[in-house]
Design a protein around this ligand. Structure first.
Ligand SMILES: C[S@@+](CC[C@H](N)C(=O)[O-])C[C@H]1O[C@@H](n2cnc3c(N)ncnc32)[C@H](O)[C@@H]1O
Length: 173
């Protein structure tokens, strides 16, 4: 199982979100690509951070494309159900769990509420295909992934991200 958790690199993600707010408010359908998301904690963290800071209308139009190379479908199912063990959420900042999670059917688990799940769309994607999943992204986020690649692969992946970004968009890796 890949290593990730809710609100990992919280300060970095908050700075990214703050930086993007004026950019996103000028777009009718703001899009974010979060690449290498593992079990989904990172795109749901982003969704929570945007929900906390964006107006209702702008948040309604936000889409976060979450991708990972994992091929068994396990990550896809976890992101789809959005259920996470309660003890994993202990480090989440105060008030967030009460506001954005609800009891899941599975004992000991909490589910991300629909408002936060709705913007997040998962698809399987291999970054080493060097084929972007789309264009016009205001943000491409790819954290703790590139270190697994060889230097020439990193260069091609960064070129791909550049093609995927909208003018003035932000890449954070
Ligand atoms: C350590 S996790 C990072 C999760 C999250 N971004 C974070 O920072 O917490 C690394 C993820 O990169 C994914 N990954 C590795 N090689 C990849 C590739 N070629 N294309 C897409 N994802 C890849 C792994 O499946 C894993 O889920």
């Amino acid at each position: 199982m890949a290593f990730t958790f809710f609100f990992r690199d919280q300060q970095v993600l908050e700075r990214v979100v703050e930086h993007l707010l004026p950019v996103l408010s000028g777009r009718s359908h703001p899009r974010v690509w979060d690449a290498g998301v593992a079990m989904g904690q990172e795109p749901y963290t982003l969704s929570i951070m945007f929900a906390e800071r964006m107006g209702h209308f702008a948040f309604k139009n936000l889409r976060i494309d979450a991708t990972d190379v994992e091929s068994s479908g396990q990550f896809a199912r976890m992101i789809e159900t959005a259920e996470y063990p309660k003890d994993e959420l202990e480090r989440v900042p105060g008030g967030i769990v009460e506001k954005y999670f609800e009891p899941a059917d599975k004992p000991g688990y909490l589910r991300v509420i629909d408002t936060i799940r709705r913007p997040v769309a998962y698809q399987r994607h291999d970054l080493l295909s060097f084929q972007e999943i789309g264009q016009g992204y205001s943000l491409v986020l790819c954290k703790n992934v590139l270190l697994h690649f060889l230097p020439p692969e990193r260069i091609e992946v960064l070129r791909m991200f550049h093609r995927a970004l909208a003018p003035g968009g932000l890449l954070r890796h």
